[in-house]
Design a binder for this molecule. Structure first.
Ligand SMILES: Nc1ncnc2c1ncn2[C@@H]1O[C@H](COP(=O)(O)OP(=O)(O)OP(=O)(O)O)[C@@H](O)[C@H]1O
Length: 346
C-alpha cells in the first residue's frame, strides 16, 4: 500500500448515550456523550459532547440541548450528522495530508429498520466517511468482548446500553437468534425520576437520576440499606428541597425495567437451539454496555436463567472495540451481508 492509498479506517459506536470512535492500530480514542447544544436563535452549534452534556437542565431559553439519538436510532438526522462530523474530524486530526477518506464501521441496533439503517449510513457519509458499513450492535459487542464469534460454538451477549438492550446468540459468524428491546439505562433513570415524584412529590433532574442509579442503584433489593441525599424541586411548594432516599427504594424503582431486560434474555434462551444452549451453559452469558455495570445485574440474570454470567472486561467500550476489530473483516461484511439475521423487535 503506497502513501497515496493510505487511509485510516474507523469504527464508531453511535450510541443513544455515548459515541465512541476506534481508530485502526490505535484503539478507542474518543468517548463522548451523544449530546449537542444548539443556539435556536442563530442556529449555531454551541457545544458538542461532554461540554454540551454539562448544560443539560441549565440552559437559557435560546440554547437547546439535543440528544440526537433515541432508542439506538437517529431521532434528529441533521444534528446526528453534525455531531459525527465533529467527532470524525477530531479522530482524524493528525492524519496525513494524502490520506484518503476513511471507511467506517458503524454499529446499529439489531432491530433497526431498513430506513433507520439507511439514515445511519447516509449520516456517516455526510460526516466524512468514504463508505459506511453497518454492523449489528450485539455482534460488535461480542467481538469486542472477545467471544469466539467465528467458531462453531454458541456465544450469548447481552448489551445493555442507554436506549436499547440487545440480546443475541452468535455462532459461525452469524446471529442465530436475537431480541432487541427499547428498554435500557435511560428507562432506569426515568423510573427513578417517577418513583421519587410519586412517593416524595419531588422533581429531580435527569442527571441526578442517573447519578443515583450509578451510585446506589441495584438490580436486586436484597442489599445493604445505604441512604443518600437528593436535591430537587418540591412539586407542592415549588421550592428546592432535599430528601434522603435508600438503596432499597431505588432498587424497587428499577425492578420493572430490570425484569424487562431479564425477560428478553429468557425469551432469547427459549428460542436457542439445544446444542448452542449447551455451549452457553458451559461458557456463560456475557454482559456489555453501561447497564452491565448496574450493581447485581449479573447476579440477577444468573439467578433467573440458571446460567453463569460474566461482565465484559470493558463493558462501555465493547461495541466500539468490536467495530474496530471488525474493520479487519470488512471484506467479509461486504460479501456476506446476511451475516446479520433480522430479529423480532418489540
Ligand atoms: N455504573 C453504572 N451503573 C449503572 N448504569 C450505568 C453505569 N455506568 C453507565 N451506566 C449507564 O449505561 C448507559 C450507557 O451505556 P452505553 O454507553 O453502553 O450506551 P449506548 O451505547 O450509548 O446506548 P445504545 O446502545 O442504547 O445506543 C447509560 O444509561 C448509563 O447511565
Amino acid at each position: 500500500m503506497g502513501i497515496f492509498n493510505f487511509s485510516q479506517d474507523l469504527g464508531i459506536d453511535l450510541g443513544t448515550a455515548n459515541t465512541l470512535v476506534f481508530v485502526k492500530n490505535k484503539g478507542v480514542i474518543l468517548r463522548e456523550p451523544s449530546v449537542v447544544a444548539k443556539n435556536i436563535e442563530t442556529g449555531t452549534i454551541e457545544a458538542v459532547g461532554s461540554s454540551a452534556r454539562n448544560m443539560i437542565g441549565r440552559t437559557p431559553g435560546n440554547i437547546q440541548v439535543i440528544r440526537p439519538m433515541k432508542d439506538g436510532v437517529i431521532a434528529d438526522y441533521d444534528t446526528t450528522a453534525i455531531m459525527m462530523k465533529y467527532y470524525l474530524k477530531r479522530a482524524m486530526k493528525n492524519r496525513s495530508f494524502f490520506a484518503k477518506k476513511p471507511n467506517v464501521m458503524v454499529s446499529v441496533p439489531s432491530g433497526i429498520t431498513m430506513v433507520e439503517e439507511r439514515a445511519v449510513i447516509d449520516a456517516t457519509k455526510q460526516a466524512g466517511a468514504k463508505d459506511a458499513f453497518p454492523i449489528a450492535e450485539p455482534f460488535a459487542a461480542a467481538i469486542g468482548a472477545g467471544l469466539p464469534v467465528w467458531e462453531p460454538t454458541g456465544s450469548m451477549i447481552v448489551d445493555i446500553g442507554g436506549g436499547t438492550t440487545e440480546v443475541a446468540v452468535i455462532s459461525l459468524g452469524g446471529i442465530v437468534t436475537s431480541r432487541s428491546v427499547r428498554t435500557a439505562g435511560n428507562n432506569m433513570d426515568e423510573a427513578i425520576t417517577q418513583f421519587i415524584r410519586k412517593n416524595y412529590n419531588l422533581m429531580i433532574g435527569e442527571r441526578s437520576a442517573e447519578s443515583l442509579k450509578m451510585d446506589i442503584g441495584s438490580a436486586s433489593e436484597a442489599d445493604d440499606d445505604q441512604e443518600v441525599d437528593i436535591r430537587g424541586r418540591d412539586l407542592l411548594t415549588g421550592l428546592p428541597k432535599t430528601i434522603s432516599i435508600s438503596a432499597k427504594e431505588i432498587a424497587q424503582a428499577l425492578r420493572e425495567t430490570v425484569q424487562i431486560i431479564v425477560d428478553a434474555v429468557k425469551t432469547t434462551l427459549e428460542k436457542t437451539p439445544p446444542e448452542l444452549a449447551a455451549d452457553i451453559m458451559d461458557r456463560g452469558i456475557v454482559l456489555s454496555g453501561g447497564g452491565a455495570l448496574l450493581k447485581h445485574m449479573d447476579q440477577v440474570i444468573s439467578d433467573e436463567t440458571k446460567m453463569p454470567v460474566f461482565i465484559a472486561e470493558e463493558p462501555l467500550d465493547s461495541v466500539a472495540i468490536g467495530t474496530g476489530k471488525s474493520l479487519e473483516y470488512i471484506q467479509h461484511f461486504r460479501s456476506h451481508p446476511n451475516v446479520f439475521v433480522r430479529p423480532t423487535v418489540d
